[in-house]
Every structure is written in C-alpha cells, then in structure tokens.
Ligand binder design. Structure first.
Ligand code: HEC
Length: 130
C-alpha cells in the first residue's frame, strides 16, 4: 500500500512533466489490480537480478540498479536507464512497455511475466532513487 501511495504522487509529477500516456505508478497500479496483490520492490529486485536458469538476467542489459544507461548484452547498443527517477521518459508509454515486457520476459524467463511479476518490477523501478 505504501508503494502505491508513494507512486500516486509520482504519477502527478510525471503527468505535469510530459504528455505521456502512462507512468511507472499507473502501471504499478494496473498490474497490482490484475494480480490482486501489491507489487513489492524487493521481489522485483530479485527477479531483475537473477538469471532464471538462462543466459541473461534483466540486469545483463539494463544494469543493476538500472539508473545508468544499459548496454544490450548481445549487440552492445546503449539502452536508456529504466529508473524514472533518472530518466523521465522511462515507463511512460503503455504500448512500448507491453511490447518490451513481453519480449524481455520471454528472453529471460522463457515465458511472459505474470501480472504480479510485472507489478514487482515496476515497484522496484519506481522506487529507485539516485
Ligand atoms: C537482451 C537484452 C535485454 C534483456 C535481457 C532485458 N531487456 Fe528490457 N529492454 C531491452 C531493450 C533493447 C529495450 C528498449 C530500450 C530502448 O529503446 O531504449 C528494453 C526495454 C525495456 C522496458 C521498457 C522501458 C520503457 O521505458 O518503456 C522494460 C520495462 C524492460 N525492458 C524491462 C525488462 C525486464 C523486466 C527484463 C527482465 C525480465 C528485461 N527488460 C531484460 C533489452 C533487454
């Protein structure tokens, strides 16, 4: 609950800062509602940093914590930081988020992430502070 309350003020900030269709806080609320449970940052951090038996973790491309530009694990292309605290454009486009969650979860977990896993990752990313 504390995460959602903290997230709500973040949502207000981001709405005034730019014309994007969503925010980390709105997405956290969306996936927590679908999961029927609140996203937890600590679980999100664990998911983000572990390899789940495969070659890559989320951190392999995004870095850990993802507050500096990441680097694609196979192509070496730079990736903008995922943490909204350092990258105001992060997590602000629903279609883009859905696309990358699908793709990246398949790459790392060999399946779609569950709503609760997405909520956990968003709680983690939204809570990161420089
Ligand atoms: C093989 C490299 C790679 C791995 C592994 C990876 N990602 Fe990504 N991810 C990317 C790239 C590339 C983008 C697009 C970034 C860009 O255009 O700047 C992206 C984008 C995203 C976005 C959208 C960011 C936004 O602002 O809309 C999210 C969320 C995301 N990744 C989460 C994850 C999570 C969670 C995992 C682990 C399950 C993960 N990623 C693993 C490469 C990766």
């Amino acid at each position: 609950m504390a995460c959602i309350a903290a997230g709500a003020s973040l949502a207000l900030l981001s709405v005034s800062a730019r014309a994007a269709d969503t925010s980390a806080a709105q997405q956290l609320a969306r996936w927590s509602a679908q999961a029927g449970a609140s996203g937890q940052a600590e679980r999100g951090r664990a998911l983000f940093s572990s390899r789940h038996g495969g070659e890559w973790s989320c951190a392999s491309c995004h870095g850990e914590p993802p507050m500096t530009p990441g680097k694609h694990a196979s192509t070496g292309k730079p990736i903008d930081p995922l943490a909204p605290a350092v990258n105001p454009k992060a997590l602000t486009d629903t279609a883009r988020l859905d696309k990358w969650f699908r793709r990246n979860c398949n790459d790392v977990l060999k399946r779609e992430c569950t709503p609760l896993e997405k909520a956990d990752v968003l709680a983690y990313l939204g809570g990161l502070k420089p």
